[in-house]
Design a protein. Structure first.
Length: 435
């Protein structure tokens, strides 16, 4: 038997767990999975839809993509405050999910392209911080399972991302882009139904006004928040490199990668975007088991130290394709799809060391009563990082692929260096929070 921890410190017994974790984590996992299915399904075909159907120039398409992706991560700042202070997390999840579903269905109609993107971004602002901030309430203060909860949740994010290109991407490429967008909308509806059906397994929600009374700022809270803001600022730099995954990496896959396999069959463009979540499925259990073993011996790296390693590995992944592009440029031949696959393996290992770890760091150190707001601060890095990534994407048409990916590698390496000064102070704060 496990317990659900209320914000006040009280606990509510749960009859049994699912898969060794509170039942509510499975509900949040599945809800997030379907939400990400819709999000990544739409994202998998967005650049291709703009350049091949709406006939946007590449530079304009990159700016629109970057601006939309930035808005997706900016709106949670307001959504988190609205959730914490006004309407509550469950209402925010439902309202945000309905808005996102409407936006995906609106994309079926070309004339509603920009209003549809706005609806998805606004809905995401309510949905994203309000859902993930409910994880903390599923565990008692001393529950050791909480340490791996966000890594497990991150697998749910990527299960949806894995399925999306196969379903939405294939429908879009083969039958028409509007079919891919419609499938994304259906996925969002399924996620909402899952959330509502499993609501009884989630932690009882404290009324927003009660959370406001519970929260008291003190010196330790201010120190935590300042450190989190500092880490978030560096992650913005990392995101500038990371978010090329759905932008210029997709363009390079189309123009610079030989996707031919055998018998005249070529791998569909959007399928490559499933490599990232596939490696996450395979790599997460290995990393969690390794960190658990190290933790038992008191040798597990701190969160920020892991994040430094992740940024460095991501830089190495971009160095790899920069070298491949530079080596093949004089021969005027495309790179084998095997190089792209190797890139995604290294890129994703780096991601596992930084993105779920950072999300967990913000979840653990969030002040009581401001969980959704603190999670929204983490996602703000995605907002500014996507703006940076969109701006960097405009260089794609001006530089050679090898030079462009070399610049991206430098940006990722810079983020690793900037994170190093945060290792010691953040580790101290984490230890004091556990105590």
């Amino acid at each position: 038997m496990s317990t659900l921890a209320r914000a006040s410190g009280e606990t509510t017994p749960v009859v049994s767990d699912w898969f060794g974790q509170p039942r509510g984590l499975t509900i949040l996992f599945l809800t997030e999975m379907w939400m990400q299915f819709s999000f990544f399904g739409m994202r998998a075909i967005l650049v291709y839809y703009m350049t091949k159907s709406l006939l946007f120039p590449q530079g304009q398409a990159s700016l629109v993509y970057g601006g939309y992706a930035a808005a997706v991560y900016f709106t949670p700042i307001f959504g988190g405050v609205i959730s914490d202070r006004l309407i509550g997390r469950r209402n925010a999840v439902v309202a945000g999910g309905l808005l996102m579903a409407a936006g995906h269905f609106m994309l079926v109609f070309p004339g509603l392209f920009f209003p549809a993107l706005a609806a998805i971004a606004l809905g995401n602002g309510l949905f994203l911080p309000s859902l993930s901030s409910q994880i903390r309430g599923l565990y008692a203060q001393d529950d050791p399972r909480f340490a791996s909860a966000y890594n497990i949740y991150y697998v749910g994010i990527n299960l949806g991302a894995f399925l999306a290109p196969f379903v939405c991407g294939t429908l879009g490429e083969v039958f028409g882009w509007h079919w891919g967008f419609a499938a994304a909308g259906v996925g969002m509806i399924v996620g909402l139904v899952t959330y509502l059906a499993g609501a009884r397994y989630l932690a009882p929600e404290t009324r927003p006004e009660a959370r406001a009374r519970e929260h008291v700022w003190d010196k330790s809270h201010r120190r935590r928040f300042l450190l989190l803001i500092g880490v978030m600022a560096v992650v913005i730099v990392f995101r500038g490199a990371y978010e090329q995954n759905g932008n210029t990496i997709a363009l390079w896959t189309d123009s610079g990668v030989d996707r031919h396999v055998t018998g005249g069959w070529s791998i569909p463009l959007t399928w490559f975007q499933s490599l990232n979540p596939l490696v996450i499925f395979l790599g997460t259990p290995v990393l969690v088991a390794r960190w658990t073993r190290l933790g038992k011996r008191g040798r597990e790296p701190s969160s920020v130290r892991k994040m430094v390693v992740g940024a460095a590995i991501t830089a190495g992944a971009y160095v790899l394709i920069a070298l491949v592009c530079s080596a093949l440029a004089p021969q005027h031949v495309r790179a084998s799809w095997l190089w792209l696959m190797l890139f995604f393996v290294a890129f994703t290992i780096g991601e596992l060391y930084i993105l779920p770890v950072g999300l967990g760091l913000f979840g653990r150190l969030a002040p009581r009563g401001l969980e959704a707001t603190a999670i929204a601060v983490w996602f703000f890095a995605g907002f500014a990082g996507n703006l940076l990534a969109g701006g960097m994407g405009t260089l794609w048409s001006r530089l050679t692929p090898g030079a462009f990916f070399g610049v991206v590698a430098v940006v990722a390496a810079l983020s690793a260096l900037l994170l190093i000064p945060f290792i010691v102070p953040t580790t101290c704060v984490e230890k004091s929070a556990q105590g």
